[in-house]
Design a protein around this ligand. Structure first.
Ligand code: FMN
Length: 236
């Protein structure tokens, strides 16, 4: 699948069955997510007017115009608290019902503490991130004495944090499409502020990529150029 995945530059006007798309989203959200906070969101654009507007904001790239589906992958660092609340609700319910798995019973109290205490301590930095500089200074001071996780603190670090996790889910999604016999093209050729406005996304959100998905059309591929592994992998 990894080798079969290619960025398709043309698509046939063939729809992707709903069951296939649903299965691909299920695979997408199987991706690892930092602290399991699942701050990814996928907008599967179906409204014809919105789609036309999005095509244009994707700079009218033919692959965006032709693809059966355009999926906007959004990183939402601002939703970390919702992710933590969902985790806590699940952990509390599992604790009440008594987890059958022995390993899970050992982990449950630690996990609850993580979402009750550690995650809020790590991510909360006040309205408009006003406490970020003070938090960074405190962590820097502690970090002089022992290795210390320094973030993500502040708006841009939290955005970068959320983008990492969302990008992993995007790759899962594209690989799942290949497994189902479909293709994709990840796009960053789009006007992000306007895409955010189109979907009324909050200022903290980042549009990680738009994924054009469908069945590849004629002349869809350019050669897959990769350079020597030695350029990128170092034994240190
Ligand atoms: C984040 C990201 C953004 C990309 N944006 C575009 C894009 O806007 N238009 C496009 O034609 N290809 C885009 N690509 C596809 C790359 O050009 C492509 O992955 C690369 O040429 C390697 O080809 P392959 O994916 O077929 O292996 C993007 C890829 C990534 C990972």
């Amino acid at each position: 699948m990894v080798e079969a995945r290619r960025s398709a530059r043309s698509f046939l006007p063939e729809p992707i069955p709903e069951s296939v798309l649903t299965a691909c989203f299920d695979v997408a959200i199987r991706a690892p997510s930092s602290h399991n906070l699942e701050i990814w969101r996928f907008l599967d654009v179906r409204n014809a007017e919105t789609r036309a507007a999005l095509n244009h904001l994707c700079l009218d790239q033919p692959q965006a115009q032709q693809a059966a589906n355009l999926i906007v992958a959004v990183a939402r660092p601002d939703l970390w608290r919702l992710g933590a609340e969902r985790m806590l609700a699940r952990l509390r319910a599992d604790a009440r019902e008594g987890a059958a798995d022995a390993d899970y019973r050992v982990w449950l109290p630690r996990l609850k503490k993580k979402y009750e205490l550690m995650v809020p301590l790590l991510f909360a930095d006040g309205p408009l991130h006003v406490l970020a500089p003070a938090k960074a200074a405190l962590l820097w001071a502690i970090g002089q004495f022992r290795p210390m996780m320094r973030g993500p603190i502040g708006r841009s670090e939290q955005q970068m944090w959320a983008v990492k996790t969302t990008a992993l889910a995007c790759e899962n999604f594209m690989l799942a499409l290949v497994a189902a016999g479909y293709d994709s093209c990840p796009l960053e050729g789009f006007d992000e502020p306007k895409v955010k406005r189109l979907f009324a996304l909050p200022s903290e959100a980042r549009v990680v990529m738009v994924i054009a998905a469908g069945r590849r059309g004629p002349h869809a591929l350019i050669p897959q150029i990769r350079h020597e592994r030695g350029f990128y992998v170092e034994r240190v």
